[in-house]
Design a protein around this ligand. Structure first.
Ligand code: GLP
Length: 251
């Protein structure tokens, strides 16, 4: 595992964006896995800047977003799909047909999850999966529980996760969907490389679970320790609770 800690959240976001840009220059037809959430906003802004300055070409790339709310139509502005259109896809040169999303309004969710898995496989698997992390250590919408599901599936959202997403729904908790579709843990672990970004002290406890040498379904991100090519990018606040606390941030 490669750990990089930066003084500020912006520096961490730039490092994550650079990792994506480097992947694209190594392999222009890369298959990328992408997260949503506040942490990803600065990463996507920097990717757009890199794209505009010729440092990130998405023309041949494919993207798979890791999760989507259940029950919202694809035209709904509160979907993660709309979030991605607004913050990244409309600002770069990624062809519309190369954007892969879970449809939270699909008539048959089981089939929808199978389709998503099949599309990843048909494109040769993910080259780079960029992940955020929830305060409860969820990745995608794989929430803590007695078991984790390996493949893409329908899932219930934890109360804290619904609260964390309330700003997308005008502050109305009752409007936040109770369920979602999410890429499975096994699907994630099959990506050839994983980059996880976390910023802010509210993520420190969740981040520590990636480093404590134990696997727990109650801390879903802990499974990332099994991956041979994992990079964790943090700001100082998110690194607060690491066992080796007191290390220096990158210049
Ligand atoms: C959200 C998403 C995740 C995201 C995580 C962190 O609910 N389901 O894909 O990585 O939680 O979000 P944020 O960056 O807003 O803290």
């Amino acid at each position: 595992m490669n750990l990089r800690v930066f003084q500020t959240s912006d520096e961490a976001a730039h490092a994550a964006a650079s990792a994506v840009a480097a992947q694209l220059s190594r392999k222009p037809a890369s298959v990328l896995g992408l997260p949503t959430g506040r942490t990803s906003l600065a990463v996507y802004d920097e990717l757009v800047r890199l794209h505009q300055s010729g440092g990130a070409d998405f023309a041949n790339a494919h993207t798979f977003n890791v999760d989507e709310f259940l029950g919202l139509r694809s035209s709904d502005t509160r979907t993660y799909c709309a979030f991605m259109q607004k913050h990244l896809f409309t600002r770069i040169n990624l062809p519309a047909g190369h954007i892969h999303f879970l449809n939270g309004a699909a008539p048959d969710y089981g089939r929808e999850c199978e389709r998503f898995e099949r599309e990843i496989t048909d494109l040769g698997g993910m080259d780079l999966l960029l992940l955020g992390i929830g305060e409860n250590a969820h990745i995608g919408f794989n929430e803590p529980g007695r078991a984790l599901q390996t493949r893409t599936h329908r899932t219930k959202l934890a109360p804290g996760t619904r609260r964390a997403n309330v700003s997308l729904f005008n502050g109305r908790l009752d409007r936040v969907p109770r369920e979602a579709l999410t890429m499975g843990i096994g699907t994630m672990l099959e990506a050839r490389a994983i980059v996880l970004i976390a910023t802010g002290r509210e993520k420190a406890r969740a981040v520590a679970s990636i480093f404590d040498g134990r696997l727990s379904t109650e801390r879903p991100a802990s499974v990332l320790q099994l991956h041979a090519n994992l990079e964790v990018i943090l700001d100082l606040s998110a690194a607060q609770k690491l066992p080796q606390s007191g290390f220096d941030a990158q210049p």
